[in-house]
Each structure stands twice: as C-alpha cells, then as structure tokens.
Ligand binder design. Structure first.
Ligand code: PLP
Length: 482
C-alpha cells in the first residue's frame, strides 16, 4: 500500500525539482499503481495502439483452464493464450522448475559457452521430434524468430533465395515473417517494404478455391499440387527456391489440417528440386493435435521443424530442428542471440516434456477432442436455428475450427470487427463476443467465418462441458438476432 501511494508522490517530487523544460515525463501522467487509476484505462493510453485485443480485461492470475482479472472475474480460457499454455496456466511442476532455475542461473549466454539447462532440455526434446534425422537444434525466443532462423538455414544450406509459402499462412509479424504471412493483409499493411523473395501457393482448403465444404479432399489436394507446379514454373524457378514452408494445420488461415497426401506431394516436389520442406509447428506442435507434432501423423519427414508456444508453457522459447548435416552448412557466428535458449525457459521446457509423460496428457487430448467433436457434431445435426449456422467442423486433437455458412470475407481482425458490431455479416466475431459476455475466452481466425477452440490440453471433462454449454448458448443468442 505504501508503495502504491508512494510511487506517484515520489515521481511528483522528482519532477518538481527539475525545471519543466528538462523534464523527461509529464507530471500529470497517471501511474498504474495509483489506486484511482483504472489499469485498463492506463493500458489503453500507454500501450502501443498497434495491438489488437479480444477484451479489455486486465489479466492478473492464471490457474489451469482459468484466468482471473484484476476485478476478480474468473474466465474460462479456450484460447490458452493463443496455444501457449498447453498444460494450463501456471502448471505447478513447470512453474517450480522455472523458479528453481531462477535461483541457480538465469542467463547462460549461448555465444559464451554451452548452457547446461539447454543441454538437459535437448536430451529430452530430440527423442520426441517427429523424425530421427532431426537431431540438431537451434533455440531462440519467439515463433517469428524461429521462422527467420529456418529461412536463414534454408538459404545458407541450399545457396538459393526464394521461399514458397501457403496462401493463408501465418508465420509472424517481423519484416521477414510478415512477408511470409498470407492469412490477412493487416499483418503487413502499411509497413512495407517487407522481405522480398516470397511466393505464395494454394493450400488445399475449399474456401480458398471458392468451393463448397463437401469438396472431396483428394480433389483439393490435386488442385493445390497443380498450383504448386504453376508456382514453380511461373513465379519462382526451382533453381531459385530454397524452401517450401507450411503449417501442418493452417492456423490463422482457418484451422485446416493439411491432408497427408498433400504433405507427401510436397515432400516429393522438394526431393525433385533440392528444395527444403519446412514445417512450422509453432501452433500445431507440443501435443496440440493429439501427437507431439502434427506432421507425425502423415509420416512425412520435414527438413526443418519449427517449434515455439507450447514448448515452455508460457516462457519465451522457440527453435528449429534439422539434420546435423544441414545445420553444419552454416558458419559459426551466423546464428545466436542475446537471450537465445534462455536458461529459465529451458528449465520450464524440460519440465513440460516430463509432465506430458507423467500425466499422460496426450490421452486427455484424445478424450477431450472426442467430447468436443461429439458436442459440435450433435449441435450441427440438431436441426436448431443455431446448428444450421454451422457449415464445417474440422481439426485434430484440441485444435478445432468451426466454420459458418457462407458469410462475407473480412480482412481486418475479427475481434475489432466484432467490437464495432460490424463483422461483415460474419457469425464468428459475434459468437466470440457472446462468449466473452458469459466469461469465456474464445478466438476467431482467418478472413473466413471461422472460430477456433484451442483450450489447455489438460482441460477436464467438466470444464469442456461448461465450454460447450457456453458456446451453445452464445451461438443461440447470435442465431436469435439474425
Ligand atoms: C504457425 C505460427 N508461426 C509463427 C508464429 C509467430 O510466433 P510468435 O508470435 O511467437 O512470433 C505463430 C504465432 O501465432 C504461429 O501460429
């Protein structure tokens, strides 16, 4: 309390001792700790305006599948902080491992020497990667950084420059990764020039071709592979193409799993042309789809795997894995970074892998996935007005998308659209806001009319039942207003 009252007073005292022309800050600036200042209002004033936000809640605590606001509101979190806290908020074992590491060594800089926690982590991580050839790892902090690391590796290893991405892809918001992102124009809009050398090809998703939801998968795969052939003969020559990168489950592009036949087709094209196949599993990895990595199900070998988000359950850690031979083509000094593979984050990640084993997390993913799909399919087939709005239910494990019937395409953030009550006629943004009213966090995704369920993988049967109830009520409320 003393600190709450003291900090602004101290600031005012310092300010009054400095002539106005030399003051670095305004005396009238509100301070977040001042009891009279609303924290959300402070945030709106002082946090970058470029951040889109689902709600104006101030999140203060998290436990398992719930987050609690500064106003004491308990929110059921079906977003996992966008696929990050796969083991739920503040998993005790992960938090404890991080806390212990905090008292031992927080920063073991990778350009200075080996980092003991990093080595301990890699001994656990390498055996669970989706192919035995992926035996060499570079760790970084964010997903976008790891994507950039994969691009650098592909360029250095192949001595080629161009990268093919999927239409609808999301790889991040840095200048390189925004260039590689094709899910919505907003991520790059007004910030050009972005990194050159990026070409987009079609993903086998019916909405990208303007086709109905029941278009057979093999037709979509055939069309997408044909488009890739055109991309390689009309846009970027194979001799200039370093890599093809895709998310094995298209995330921001609509929660669409890549059919195994498509992944095999890409592998074949890459092998023919000496092009690397990069799988971005930043969102689909770490158990999210029911296997440790989504690409596993197809049996396809990626040349480079990218991981982040769930790897450390909320601590900033990302990385790429590839073969020793490919990684050996980069000169020492070309990779690194001040915080790369931070010791605390590595300790947390090691605990994450142990929890997966000890708590049989993948078994829970299978059970809760069945529960969620069962509820959604029953709702769709119920004949109710709400059920009739659902066009398609798809996904794997606990990465589940629900697409609604034939609404407009909108390019801006659907969260913004929902708040402004527009939403281009789309259902998803409206359902999201109805869920928020009922204290449940749920996200939409893509320019199409899609909602995504991405709860903690540790969600209980009862919590999932509650989430389904709230979703059902929210969709009914939206249907009633149409
Ligand atoms: C597939 C994919 N790649 C890359 C990223 C970027 O990760 P970050 O936000 O940690 O930079 C994301 C983030 O959502 C993602 O889903």
């Amino acid at each position: 309390m003393a600190l709450h009252k003291g900090a602004p007073a101290l600031r005012r005292a310092i300010a009054s001792s400095v002539p106005p022309s030399k003051r670095a800050f305004s005396v009238s600036m509100p301070h977040a700790n001042e009891p009279t200042v609303d924290a959300a209002a402070f945030g709106e004033q002082h946090i970058a305006k470029g951040i889109g936000r689902l709600t104006k809640h101030v999140l203060e605590e998290g436990k398992g599948t719930y987050v609690i606001t500064d106003q004491g509101k308990k929110l059921l979190d079906m977003t996992s902080g966008i696929g990050v806290v796969n083991l739920g908020h503040c998993h005790p074992k992960v938090s404890e491992a991080a806390a212990k590491q905090c008292m031992k060594l927080t920063h073991a800089q990778v350009n200075i020497g080996f980092n003991a926690t990093q080595i301990a982590l890699l001994k656990e991580l390498i055996p669970i990667l989706p192919h035995p050839s992926l035996d060499t790892v570079f760790l970084w902090n964010s997903g976008a950084e790891a994507v950039e690391a994969a691009v650098k590796l592909a360029r250095a290893a192949t001595k080629k420059q161009n990268i093919i991405v999927m239409q609808g892809s999301y790889h991040g918001r840095t200048s390189a990764t925004a260039a590689m992102t094709r899910s919505k124009t907003i991520y790059g809009e007004g910030h050009g020039p972005l990194m050159p050398g990026i070409f987009a090809t079609a993903f086998p998703y019916y909405s990208q071709f303007g086709l109905p939801a029941d278009t057979p998968i093999d037709e979509l795969v055939e069309m997408a592979l044909f488009q890739l052939k055109l991309t390689l003969s009309q846009q970027t020559a194979p001799s200039d193409t370093a890599a093809i990168i895709l998310e094995p489950v298209l995330g921001e592009g609509g929660y669409v799993p890549a059919p195994p036949a498509f992944l095999h087709g890409l592998r074949k094209v890459c092998d023919e042309h000496g092009t690397l196949l990069i799988c971005d599993e930043v969102q689909s990895g770490m158990g999210r789809t029911g296997t440790m990595f989504a690409v596993e199900e197809s049996g396809v070998r990626p040349d480079v795997l990218i991981f982040a988000k769930g790897i450390a359950n909320g601590f900033p850690l990302s990385g790429i894995a590839s073969t020793n031979e490919l990684m050996g083509r980069q000169k020492p000094g070309t990779m690194g970074g001040t915080y790369a593979g931070n010791a605390v984050a590595c300790a947390a990640a090691k605990a994450v892998i142990e929890v997966f084993r000890e708590e049989k997390v993948l078994d829970n993913v299978a059970a809760r996935s069945q529960q969620l799909f069962g509820f959604l399919n029953d709702l769709k087939n119920s004949g109710s007005k709400a059920g009739k709005l659902i066009q398609d239910i798809r996904g794997r494990g606990l990465m589940v998308g629900v697409q609604f019937q034939d609404a407009d395409v909108i390019a801006q953030s659907q969260n913004e659209a929902a708040r402004k009550k527009g939403g281009g006629g789309q259902i998803a943004p409206k359902v999201v806001q109805e869920c928020v009213k009922r204290d449940m966090l749920l996200l939409s995704t893509s320019v199409f009319d899609v909602l995504r369920f991405i709860p903690p993988l540790t969600i209980s049967e009862q919590e999932m039942q509650e989430a389904c109830r709230i979703f059902g009520e929210s969709l009914e409320a939206v249907a009633a207003e149409l």
